[in-house]
Design a protein around this ligand. Sequence first.
Ligand SMILES: [Mg+2]
Length: 179
Amino acid sequence: MKIALDVDGVIADVIQSWLNYNNSIRQKITKREISDWDFWKKFKINRYDFYAELSSCWKDWSSIPPTEENLSITTKSLSELGQVDIVTARERSTDSFVKNWLSHYNISYDNYVSVIDGPMKSDLDYDIFIDDSPLNALKIIQQKKKVILYSQPWNQYILEDQIYRVSSLSEAIKQINLI
Ligand SMILES: [Mg+2]
């Protein structure tokens, strides 16, 4: 079994770093208010500024918290189910920071795969994707592949039966065993 494990919003809580930055320069936003993938529109934040700021957050990778504790143990358990590749959509310049972060938190994975655009992931040859993006999740099920949606405020509106929602990585492991 080949599993694609996402980084931002699934194991790395980069939006928390971005919120810290945003809240120091603009109107304050809470994580719960990020109820859409393109929430920046609602707050009149320029799309390019938002993505550039996210990349900047990665430059300061050591301040990005993990989404949950014990990721070293849970990603090791996940690896016992098959090949686990990190599959992440990002600006190329941030790859080295992400790799530092993965190593710092002792994340178990086989290959590191970086793509330019999130929905491109669905074209890749994986049996199961673990992702938080509502756009990626819908595209993946269109391609008749399986997706486990890591629950976040920005994907709550996704209710499709074929999408398995989980609140933690250990719950994802349980779900993979049931699929
Ligand atoms: Mg993500």
